[in-house]
Design a protein around this ligand. Structure first.
Ligand SMILES: *Cc1c(COP(=O)(O)O)cnc(C)c1O
Length: 391
């Protein structure tokens, strides 16, 4: 197919739910992508948060190939080896817990909401935050505290209260005798890279302990090394009751997971929750390979170091260009807040072969692979510098 034919098939046959960039990609390796005309791009937003190992990590590819040759699918009423290994590995790297496997971030959060309601025995209200993003199903959309995602889909699901982020008094004021959980991202991704304060999160933990409520941490975007620790909650000196994961966990394949503290993990009994494809053999093998690669290649150390380096470099741009208001984030999850819309900058970067993202209209979002090099950071920052000069 030619590029024109491909674009035409999309406009004719695929529902227009995405704002699309007219690029057709055919190959990827690490932080590099090639389009249909063999033009190379440096990817500083691989897979929209999926590509923590970059594209096509060899160990992930090998694990997938090996599994495809043996067995692809077995339903969840039987036992299989990769899922057993992955669950054990996840619990080892987190806290005493049991996991539930599903296919996406929204589905993991939906599971956390359902578990909370069962746990609540009549308490059902969940407190969430302004500018949060938890997914597109009806319940997770309601939990997503942004009107622009909700408009037209009313009536929304009952029992959610959205309050100001990092405002403990607002949280306290929203709690009633029906409140069962508080749900948040420790670094809001879609909402503009807003970092939760440590004292705020620790107070949420105390409130939940005191009132027998659940603290749900949505690590769909922050998880799997993105912030320099395997999980972002590890920066905060707390343990959540439920952590949800997706995006980077499968190394490019679809997976979702909820990691639930052991004491409450038997809340969902047979027949109360399920997912046909959850924790399939191929995906579980891929996720295991991701976890091994992160340890073996010391990617948490690299993410921390490169995150600091990128942060310094972007702050140099901030000193140079008055359109940059602030650089913020954690590890390799970095937002550059502008005082102008970021769309034109992203488009100019694409022309120069650099892929980045803009979220919340004015925040450039950079989330390169955890194995990014200094050289590639220099290249990306130089391209961004050129673009900012032209703006
Ligand atoms: C992307 C995202 C989701 C939704 O994940 P899907 O796999 O698209 O359903 C939920 N929460 C956060 C924080 C996300 O970044």
């Amino acid at each position: 197919m030619t590029k024109e034919e491909i674009l035409e098939s999309y406009s004719e046959n695929i529902m227009p739910t995405y704002t699309k960039v007219p690029l057709v990609f055919v190959k990827g390796k690490g932080s590099k992508l090639w389009d249909i005309h063999s033009k190379a791009y440096l990817d500083f937003f691989p897979g929209w948060g999926v590509g923590n190992l970059g594209h096509c990590h060899p160990k992930v590819m090998q694990a997938v190939r090996d599994q495809v040759d043996k067995l692809i699918f077995i339903p969840n009423n039987y036992y299989q080896i990769p899922q057993a290994k992955l669950a054990r590995e996840m619990v080892y790297w987190t806290y005493p817990a049991k996991v539930f496997f599903c296919n996406s971030g929204a589905e993991a959060n939906e599971g956390a909401i359902k578990l909370s309601r069962k746990f609540g025995r009549g308490r059902f209200e969940i407190i969430t935050f302004d500018n949060a993003f938890h997914g597109r199903t009806l319940a997770t959309l309601t939990a997503t505290g942004q009107k622009k995602y909700q408009e037209g889909f009313e009536p929304l699901v009952e029992g959610f209260k959205t309050v100001k982020f990092n405002d403990i008094l607002a949280v306290k004021a929203a709690i009633t005798d029906k409140t069962v959980a508080i749900m948040l991202e420790l670094v809001q991704g879609e909402g503009g890279i807003n970092v939760a304060d440590k004292s705020f999160v620790q107070e949420l933990r105390s409130i939940c302990d005191e009132k027998n409520m659940l603290l749900i941490v949505d690590e769909v975007q922050t998880g799997i090394g993105r912030t320099g620790k395997l999980f972002c909650y590890q920066h905060y000196g707390i343990i959540p009751d439920i952590m949800t994961l997706a995006k980077a966990l499968g190394g490019g394949l679809p997976i979702g997971m909820m990691v639930v503290k052991k004491e409450i993990a038997d809340t969902l009994q047979p027949g109360t929750h399920a997912s046909t494809f959850g924790g399939g053999l191929v995906i579980s093998r891929a996720a295991l390979a991701v976890l091994v690669a992160i340890q073996k290649e010391k990617l948490l150390v690299n993410a921390t170091k490169m995150g600091e380096y990128l942060f310094v470099k972007l702050n140099e741009l901030k000193d140079k260009f008055s359109v940059i208001k602030e650089v913020r984030g954690k590890g390799l999850m970095i937002g550059v807040e502008l005082n102008i819309p970021g769309k034109a900058i992203v488009e100019k970067c694409v022309e120069k072969g650099l892929l980045i993202n803009c979220t919340h209209d004015t925040v450039l979002r950079l989330m390169p692979a955890l194995n990014i090099t200094k050289k590639d950071i220099d290249k990306a920052v130089n391209l961004l510098d050129e673009v900012l000069k032209e703006i």
